[in-house]
Design a protein around this ligand. Structure first.
Ligand SMILES: Cc1cc2nc3c(=O)[nH]c(=O)nc-3n(C[C@H](O)[C@H](O)[C@H](O)COP(=O)(O)OP(=O)(O)OC[C@H]3O[C@@H](n4cnc5c(N)ncnc54)[C@H](O)[C@@H]3O)c2cc1C
Length: 591
């Protein structure tokens, strides 16, 4: 067996997670073998997923309510900086840089938008319900969601839950997930709130009571559905026990809730699964923003290696969670083979309908059967696993609501889509029958689009992480060659240049059509380029220092005011907000 989760390690019972995460196949152990298997699988599936998400109208437009929903959890009024306006820009002096490079601009949605037509218009204009709003050549019957009903079994907040505001259709292709400059306290607070949803024992943020009593039949699982729930449970159990992920997660840090505080016994399985899904999603978002990073000073889009190292490479458990998500979502998509046979993608466009179905079936056929991703033989033991369903549904609904507090439209779009995607994956795992689709619940367009696009996001992250890893290796090789001075001038020169390029975050060959801007960067650096590169860096550092000195009076005043305010709150007996300033060295990116 070949599993990501279940094979006995042959060398050590607990391989160090960092070794396994970065050297798939180099060491014969369970985790390492499985990482490289996932990578191989991804390499063969990637073209299918990429093609579907980029080249079909059905999968390249998503409907969601981006603007009409208020962040329900906090506001400036109660003294917490966390609403949309609290997005802090990456650079202190954003006003000095061209508008197009500013965070405010980068976070805006691009491309056409179309309003969801009411039921009457949908009926009247079946073929063109959007009246060309997305462009003349878009198959609108492939884009519009005709079923407005809300399904009890949704794991996330259905986008169409309100009868009045059904949201807009936006192009996912025109709005790639990449660096937007959304950062600072606003972003941290959202992540913190999302991870707080991990505390299954203390319902909050309007969560409904979580665990159903063990005796509860729990929504009437059939044998096959119970099996799926068990799969998930045992996947987690095996993963934890055999790959030392327990330790790795314990070392990782979710904001505000030290993971080491969490229980890792069996009854807390829900926490681990939920945590891993969220952390894997977070890792995927970080991967994309590091890969398509905008240097706001030069306006160049390029991979940012130090961003990758800080957020992912040095946290192998995050990468492990991303790979876990891949297995989870892939299994869900694979489970839909039967279901999509009879699915109508475009009601008034038979050609596109056929073409979309052909592509989806080609992807489904290329996915290996479930047991090749999860080992079925170790499963089906503990009936408590059924409670996962209700717990997850409520948690995911809350995470989806928290996304309304994200202060950047593009980030909100992808955050909502991916939450919906994981919610759908769990719904499919728990509710769908792989061999008999007749009793499956309806799968709405939004759910299917979110699921497949989420798979595309994770799939892209995995291929990007491989490239980043290669860049780190190249840089290290360059360092070793330079240190040993072993090779002659030419060879050493090349290695050093490669090492430097990797350091600057320049990809050798991304191999994917979606990153054309990066490819422009790939050339050997001449002496004069190296000189000017260095000169520019020194100049920027100098300017940074001068600017910082110049800003000191303002900053000191700001800190004084803030501390006075906190002291005043303390004196009045009001809750004292967290300190918003710290003294630290700047990171390379900031310079
Ligand atoms: C829903 C959402 C979508 C976003 N989308 C984008 C986007 O498309 N483009 C963009 O440029 N920015 C986006 N952002 C912002 C981005 O995710 C970061 O918040 C921002 O870049 C600041 O990063 P940071 O290094 O301060 O740490 P953050 O990524 O904000 O993380 C906060 C803390 O969480 C912990 N942490 C980080 N990663 C993980 C993980 N994988 N698992 C567990 N714990 C972790 C660390 O302790 C870290 O200090 C988004 C934010 C949110 C909330």
């Amino acid at each position: 067996s070949s599993q990501l989760h279940t094979k006995e390690p042959t060398k050590s019972a607990d391989p160090p997670p960092n070794v396994c995460a970065f050297e798939p196949g180099a060491i014969v152990s369970d985790a390492c073998a499985s990482y490289s298997q996932v990578e191989d699988l991804n390499e063969s599936l990637r073209p299918f997923v990429h093609d579907i998400t980029q080249n079909t109208d059905f999968f390249s437009y998503y409907r969601l309510n981006l603007y009409n929903k208020k962040c329900p959890f906090w506001s400036d009024e109660n003294g917490i900086c966390g609403n949309r306006a609290c997005a802090v820009n990456t650079l202190d002096n954003e006003e000095d840089i061209p508008l197009v490079w500013r965070a405010e601009e980068l976070g805006k949605l691009e491309g056409p938008k179309a309003h969801h037509p009411g039921k009457r218009l949908q009926e009247e204009r079946k073929a063109r319900p959007l009246q060309g709003e997305l462009g003349e050549d878009v198959g609108e019957s492939c884009v519009v969601e005709y079923d407005d009903e809300c399904d009890e079994r949704d794991y996330c907040v259905p986008e169409d839950e309100s009868a009045t505001a059904k949201g807009d259709y936006v192009s996912l292709v025109d709005n790639p997930e990449r660096f937007t400059g959304y950062t600072g306290e606003g972003a941290h607070q959202v992540w913190e709130a999302i991870y707080r949803e991990n505390c299954f024992s203390t319902p909050h943020l309007n969560a409904k009571p979580l665990s159903a009593p063990p005796s509860s039949p729990f929504g009437g699982f059939t044998g096959a559905q119970a099996q799926a729930a068990m799969d998930l449970r045992h996947v987690m159990k095996e993963q934890q026990e055999k790959q030392g992920v327990k330790k790795a997660i314990a070392q990782g840090s979710a904001p505000a809730h030290p993971i080491s505080d969490l229980e890792f016994e069996d009854e807390c399985l829900e926490k681990r699964v939920f945590y891993r899904v969220i952390s894997g999603m977070h890792a995927s978002i970080s991967t994309h923003l590091c890969w398509e990073w905008l240097n706001q000073t030069t306006g160049e889009w390029q991979p940012n290696l130090s961003c990758y190292e800080n957020r992912l490479h040095n946290h192998p458990e995050r990468i492990s969670n991303l790979y876990f998500n891949y297995a989870l979502v892939l299994r869900a998509v694979g489970k839909l083979k039967q279901h999509v046979q009879s699915y109508s993608f475009c009601s008034s466009d038979p050609i596109q309908d056929r073409e979309t179905k052909r592509r989806v079936l080609a992807l489904a056929a290329a996915i290996p059967p479930g047991e090749q991703i999860f080992d079925e033989s170790v499963m089906f033991r503990d009936p408590d696993a059924l409670t996962l369903k209700e717990d997850f549904r409520n948690r995911f609904r809350n995470v989806s609501r928290i996304m309304d507090c994200v202060g950047c439209d593009k980030c909100r779009l992808w955050g909502k889509l991916q939450t919906a995607g994981y919610g759908t994956a769990l719904k499919v795992l728990f509710e769908f029958n792989e061999t008999d689709a007749s009793s499956d619940p309806p799968l709405r367009r939004t759910e299917l689009v979110a699921l497949v696009n989420t798979l595309d996001r994770i799939s892209h992250s995995i291929s990007v992480i491989q490239k980043f890893r290669a860049m780190v290796e190249q840089r290290e090789a360059g360092k070793v060659a330079a240190a040993h001075g072993a090779a002659g001038g030419k060879v050493r020169g090349t290695a050093e240049v490669r090492g430097k390029k990797a350091e600057r975050g320049v990809a050798e060959d991304d191999g994917y059509p979606e990153a054309p801007k990066q490819r422009r960067q790939i050339h050997e650096q001449t002496l004069s380029e190296a000189f000017w590169d260095e000169w520019y860096r020194v100049w920027r550092t100098f300017a940074y220092v001068i600017r910082s000195w110049f800003n000191i009076p303002g900053k000191v005043l700001e800190i004084l005011l803030e501390e006075t305010n906190r002291l005043y709150s303390f004196w009045l007996g009001l809750p004292v907000g967290p300190r918003k300033w710290e003294i630290r060295l700047p990171s390379r990116d900031e310079i």
